[in-house]
Design a protein around this ligand. Structure first.
Ligand code: CAA
Length: 293
C-alpha cells in the first residue's frame, strides 16, 4: 500500500480552506491546516471542533507573507509529520478601497498575503516534490483576478499574479511529476463575502447566472479533483468555478437578436475566462463550431 500523502492547506482554517481540508481528508490525505499566528486560539478551537466530527487535522502557525516564517513552518512540518506532497495556497485577505483612497499599507498587505505567500511557501516544497517525483500544487486565485473588481485593485492584481506564477512554475516542474494549477472561485459564501456591503453583494449575485453564491464545498471539490493522484496530465491550468459569472454573449452582425426568437441567429460568440467559443445556429439547434483560448 502506498504511503498516505501529506497535504498542507495555507489559510486552512478559513471558509474555503476548511472545506478544502475536509475534501482532502475525505480523499485519504493527512491534512495540515496553516493559520495566521495571532489566530492561535481560534485555530485550536477549529481543530477541536473538527476532531469531534472525526477529522484529525494538524494545525501549524505561519505568517505566509514572510519568507523566513514560511521556511521555518515547512521545516517543522517536515521534521514532525513529513514532506508535503500536496500544497494548496489558499491564504488570502481583502482590504477593499477604491484606488484613489487605497493606502500603501492596504496595497502591501494584500500583495504580500495573497501573492508573495505563494512564492514564500511553494519555494520550500518544490525540491522535495521534485525529488519524490510527485507533487500537487493548487493556487486559489479568484474570478476577480481575471475580470477585475471595483474597489479591489490590490486583490485583483494579486490574484491575476497567481495565474502567471502558476503557469511559470507549472512549466518548471512539468517533467518532475509535479502539477501546478489554479482555481478561480467566483463569489463564495464566507466571512470574506459577508463583509461586502449588502447592496453591493446583492448586485453581484444578480450578475451570477445561477443567481447564488457558491458554497465552499463546491470549490473544495475542484481542488480535490486537481490534487487526485490520477490527475497526472493537467498542469498550468486555471479552473474557473463561478457559475458562468463574466461569460458574455456576442452576436454576429446583421442578425436579429432575440433571446426568444433565436431561430434567426446565424452565429454567436461566447467570451469568458476560459476563452472564446463560436457557435452556429440552425432552428432549434446549437452547434459548437470551434473554441479558442
Ligand atoms: N460599481 C460602481 N460604483 C460603485 C461600486 C461598483 N461595484 N461600488 C461602489 N461604488 C460607488 C459608490 O456607490 C460610491 O459612489 P458615490 O461616490 O457616488 O457615493 C463610489 O463608488 C465610491 O465609494 P466610497 O467612497 O465608499 O469608496 P471606497 O474607497 O470607500 O470603497 C468599496 C468602497 C470598498 C469599493 C465598497 O463599495 C466595497 O466594499 N465594495 C465591494 C468590493 C467587492 O466586491 N469585494 C469583493 C470581496 S469578496 C472577494 O474578494 C472574494 C472573491 O475572490 C470573489
Amino acid at each position: 500500500m502506498s504511503k498516505q500523502k501529506i497535504a498542507l492547506v495555507t489559510g486552512g482554517t478559513g471558509g474555503i480552506g476548511t472545506a478544502i481540508c475536509i475534501a482532502l481528508a475525505d480523499q485519504g490525505r493527512k491534512v495540515i491546516a496553516g493559520y495566521f499566528p495571532p489566530e492561535k486560539e481560534q485555530a485550536y478551537a477549529w481543530k477541536q471542533k473538527h476532531r469531534a466530527d472525526g477529522y484529525d487535522f494538524e494545525i501549524v502557525a505561519c505568517d505566509v507573507s514572510d519568507f523566513e516564517s514560511s521556511q521555518q513552518m515547512l521545516l517543522d512540518v517536515e521534521n514532525t509529520i513529513g514532506a508535503v506532497d500536496i500544497l494548496v495556497n489558499c491564504a488570502g485577505i481583502t482590504r477593499d478601497k477604491t484606488l484613489r483612497r487605497m493606502t500603501p499599507e492596504q496595497w502591501d498587505a494584500v500583495l504580500r498575503t495573497n501573492l508573495d505567500s505563494a512564492f514564500n511557501v511553494t519555494r520550500h516544497v518544490v525540491d522535495k516534490m521534485s525529488e519524490n517525483g510527485f507533487g500537487r500544487i493548487v493556487n486559489i486565485s479568484s474570478v476577480n483576478g481575471q475580470k477585475g473588481q471595483f474597489g479591489q485593485a490590490n486583490y485583483s492584481a494579486a490574484k491575476a499574479g497567481l495565474h502567471g506564477f502558476t503557469k511559470a512554475v507549472a512549466q518548471e516542474l512539468a517533467a518532475k511529476g509535479v502539477t501546478v494549477n489554479s482555481v478561480s472561485p467566483g463569489y463564495v459564501k464566507t466571512e470574506m463575502t459577508d463583509a461586502i456591503p449588502a447592496e453591493v453583494r446583492e448586485s453581484i449575485i444578480q450578475q451570477v447566472p445561477m443567481g447564488r453564491m457558491a458554497s465552499p464545498d463546491e470549490i473544495a471539490y475542484v481542488v480535490s479533483f486537481l490534487t487526485d493522484d490520477r490527475n497526472t496530465y493537467m498542469t498550468g491550468a486555471n479552473l474557473p468555478v463561478k457559475a458562468g459569472l463574466g461569460a458574455r454573449l456576442f452576436f454576429g452582425p446583421g442578425n436579429a437578436i432575440s433571446l426568444d426568437g433565436h431561430r434567426t441567429w446565424r452565429y454567436c460568440v461566447e467570451a469568458g475566462e476560459s476563452g472564446v467559443i463560436f457557435y452556429t445556429y440552425a432552428p432549434g439547434k446549437r452547434h459548437l463550431c470551434c473554441s479558442a483560448q
